[in-house]
Design a protein around this ligand. Sequence first.
Ligand code: S3P
Length: 174
Amino acid sequence: MHNKPTSRHIILVGFMGTGKSTIAKLLAERLAYPRLDLDQAIEQRTKRKIADIFATDGEEVFRFIETTTLAETLQNPQPLVIATGGGAVLAEQNRTLMLEHGIVIALTATEEQIISRVASDTARPLIQGDVRARVRQLLEQRKDAYRFAHLTIDTTQLQPREVTQQIVQFVETL
Ligand code: S3P
């Protein structure tokens, strides 16, 4: 039987600055799905800023909260467009959960593009200091981390509406 696109969540993964939040907004509007941003959900749940969780409790605690929030979000009976944080793919448990409950779309961009998008951002704890060096280092560490996705789109040369269109087309073929 044809599987309706509306039966599963659409989950956007990708490195910081690849456009997940922007695309999630457009995609949710386009498909008339509710949208959930995992980092925002974590901030609401903990009543704290992501940067504060990293600074006070460390990355491990943040990752634990991230997995819990992801697992809960994926239980939502209504399909959602979900934008995840760049490191949400690092735990195998998270990748398994995403593949089980959704259509996973990875967004990529060149190093230069990423750096220009995140350069002035002070809210991302993992790239404070020498942004260029940190982005390069993390990209190297994570070069294979987004490969598990059902679809990968390089957003470097594309307008947000073009990226959205490619996702809609892909989802419609499922
Ligand atoms: C992180 C990315 C951030 C946020 C946290 C950690 C990462 O989300 O979850 O700062 O490990 O790449 P964005 O990808 O939305 O910046």
